[in-house]
Design a protein around this ligand. Structure first.
Ligand SMILES: [Zn+2]
Ligand SMILES: [Zn+2]
Length: 250
């Protein structure tokens, strides 16, 4: 995976001045073990163990997609936790905001390790092999990458690929910047993502399984559009993995 110069600089600076910090709140982690301070660990665990209203399973065991995703042949959404956008100070919301700004490899590896477990179950159930399955990510726009210096979905996908043994390929190309999804209503979101992605010309995915990775899934409009493009290009099956899914029933 290519690291942008600004990303390298951020990583270097962080090692130099930060020492060991909690991956969620960024405060010094005085426990001297693990990646999270005690308060954030407890808070994240709560989100991890929220019950899905549709399948009555813990978030860590739930693979329910959003309603929009179901219309796009996406029937599996593996997630670490459910999140509530209104709880801005929750550890989950903080860690997601932080990973947009800071390319924290340890944090991505932390989530990849947990998410790789349900992915391994899916892989066993659907006979995924290293030859017939690839990991892809939902790419940010060039403008966003230029601002933040890294693409958090790409880093998460890379970490998941490393853990799971499947190959990570930058399959999708972002063709337009679009408006920020979070400010749009459901119908506007679906319209906004139309034509957003293309397939990288060098990739042949005919007959392949694709595991689509994103950090955050709210309505599922973006991953659904990406899945539509992948199916059009001949993908056999598309599943999705994210850190967090909105707990709202959309
Ligand atoms: Zn913390
Ligand atoms: Zn569920």
């Amino acid at each position: 995976m290519k690291l942008y110069p600004i990303t390298k600089a951020k990583l270097w600076l962080r090692c130099l001045i930060a020492g060991e910090k909690c991956i969620a709140c960024g405060e010094m982690n005085t426990r001297g073990q693990g990646l999270l301070c005690r308060a954030c660990e407890d808070d994240l665990k709560r989100a991890h163990l929220l019950i899905c209203p549709d399948c009555n399973r813990y978030a860590r065991d739930c693979v329910c997609p959003s309603r929009i995703m179901q219309n796009s042949n996406l029937d599996v959404l593996i997630k670490y936790a459910f999140y509530d956008a209104d709880l801005r100070d929750s550890a989950l919301n903080r860690v997601i905001r932080r990973l947009k700004r800071i390319p924290d490899r340890l944090a991505f590896s932390y989530f990849a390790a947990i998410l790789s477990q349900p992915l391994a179950s899916l892989a066993a159930a659907r006979s995924f092999t290293k030859d017939n399955t690839v990991i892809a990510h939902i790419p940010r726009s060039k403008r966003t990458i230029a601002r933040d210096g890294h693409d958090q979905a790409e880093m998460l996908a890379y970490a998941i690929a490393k853990r799971s043994g499947f190959k990570h390929i930058a399959l999708l190309r972002r063709q337009k910047h679009g408006k920020q999804q979070k400010y749009l209503h459901l119908d506007e979101r679906v319209e906004n993502v139309k034509g957003m992605f293309g397939i990288s010309k060098r990739c042949d995915i005919a007959g392949k399984n694709v595991v689509l990775v994103d950090d955050l899934v709210t309505t599922g409009a973006t991953v659904s559009e990406a899945a539509r493009i992948l199916y059009e290009a001949g993908a056999a099956y598309v599943a999705c993995v994210c850190i967090a899914k909105s707990d709202k029933k959309i």
